[in-house]
Design a binder for this molecule. Structure first.
Ligand SMILES: *Cc1c(COP(=O)(O)O)cnc(C)c1O
Length: 377
């Protein structure tokens, strides 16, 4: 069986885990956590990067920092993971879903502009498959209107927009280290804080609303409850697993992109013959090979392709279901039809893509996909 995903497991990870365990400090903010945060702060030139227990939590932290509440509007794509929306729904904000571009699952900046009202407080671009949203129009709009930009960069480690790292274009960015992402620690995340004004409060929110971090730095002589907050600190054992991958981050991402490009080349006949669309990467984007997908003409073809691959022991999977049509949200949605988001919900399928996918396995996937389309011509 060729699975859809197999988490990368570097040899060193086990050694570092044991090292973290034996250090006697296995809770958060230990040696490996600091190393990981320092790495990102230096590499991404971010004033502050904080590890979190997940990207979901990084988004929740960002939502609290944004200060939104009932009556405030947040614009986000409908074609995204629930966590993007939940973070702001938990604050009681009104969610305004934007459609995807016709040619890409990413949200359409022109739609965002049309949806802005005097109540808009936050825009949340999601960089699908690690491919950048066209950020300049969004950043210009946000700046002109005093709107905060929180990037869901869950899939976008090492991906750039016009040479700039994703997740650091808006004031706040959230990354994921879930096992399905390019690098992971099982469950984990990171909040990147580009706007220094948020740094001190982020630290407090992450530490249950206490100034414990400042206390351990010797900045205050006792610590206590100073704000709302929650427990968003991952154990140092998880940071140790992550560190084993950060040591080789560039190699890991380059390798994955190589697999992605091999798919692009091998499956190009499908695009030429009109059987399927392959992922589009705009000129402004450099990506990390996070996901390779096909967009099929209709849902029935997708179901048949998934079944065909499964019969050959290959697991291909679809992705998001439009959030504006979800059971939780459909009666709260303002009624606008979002045809592109719905089309990606129905017609997009992702092929197996992970660090240890061998060329032989990949050849088998590609041959099986091409066979489904009668050789692809
Ligand atoms: C994976 C993912 C998340 C959630 O990440 P977790 O670390 O599992 O909480 C959020 N948004 C997007 C776009 C994702 O791909």
């Amino acid at each position: 069986m060729i699975p859809f995903n197999r988490p990368i497991l570097p040899e060193r990870a086990a050694d570092y885990m044991i090292e973290a365990f034996r250090s006697g400090k296995v809770s958060g903010d230990g040696t490996f956590s600091r190393r990981c945060e320092g790495y990102f702060q230096a590499r991404y030139r971010a004033p502050r990067c904080l590890l979190t227990t997940s990207c979901t939590d990084a988004l929740e932290l960002a939502a609290i920092l944004s200060g939104v509440g009932p009556g405030d509007e947040v614009i986000l794509p409908s074609y995204t993971f629930v966590s993007t929306a939940n973070a702001f729904a938990l604050r009681g904000a009104t969610l305004i879903f934007a459609d995807s571009l016709p040619e890409h699952p990413n949200l359409d900046p022109a739609q965002v502009e049309a949806l802005v009202t005097p109540r808009t407080r936050v825009i949340v671009p999601v960089h699908y498959a690690g491919v950048a949203v066209d950020m300049d129009p969004i950043l210009a709009l946000a700046e002109a209107r005093g709107i905060l930009v929180v990037e869901d960069a869950a899939q976008a480690i090492e991906s750039t927009y016009k040479g700039r790292q994703l997740g650091l274009l808006g004031q706040l960015g959230a990354f994921s280290f879930h096992e399905t992402k390019n690098i992971h620690c099982g469950e984990g995340g990171l909040i990147a804080i580009r706007d220094q004004a948020f740094a001190a409060r982020a630290e407090v929110l992450r530490e249950k609303g206490t100034n414990r971090s400042a206390f351990f730095r010797g900045e205050v002589d006792k610590y206590g409850w100073v704000d709302i907050g929650s427990s968003f600190l991952p154990s140092d054992i998880l940071a140790a697993i992550l560190w084993a991958q950060l040591e080789n981050l560039e190699t890991i991402c380059r390798h994955r992109l190589g697999i992605w490009e091999r798919y692009r080349e091998g499956l190009a006949p499908l695009e030429r013959s009109g059987h399927a669309r392959l992922p589009l990467v705009p000129d402004f984007a450099r990506h990390n090979g996070h996901a390779f997908y096909l967009v099929l003409p209709d849902e029935a073809t997708r179901s048949r392709l998934i079944a065909h691959l499964k019969s050959r022991d290959i697991l291909a999977v679809f992705h998001y279901q439009s959030l504006h049509r979800s059971r939780f949200f459909e009666d709260k949605h303002d009624g606008r039809v979002l045809p592109n988001s719905d089309r990606y919900s129905d017609c997009l399928v992702r092929l197996p893509l992970y660090h240890d996918l061998t060329p032989e396995e990949q050849d088998r996937v590609m041959a099986s996909v091409l066979a489904f389309f009668g050789g692809g011509r």
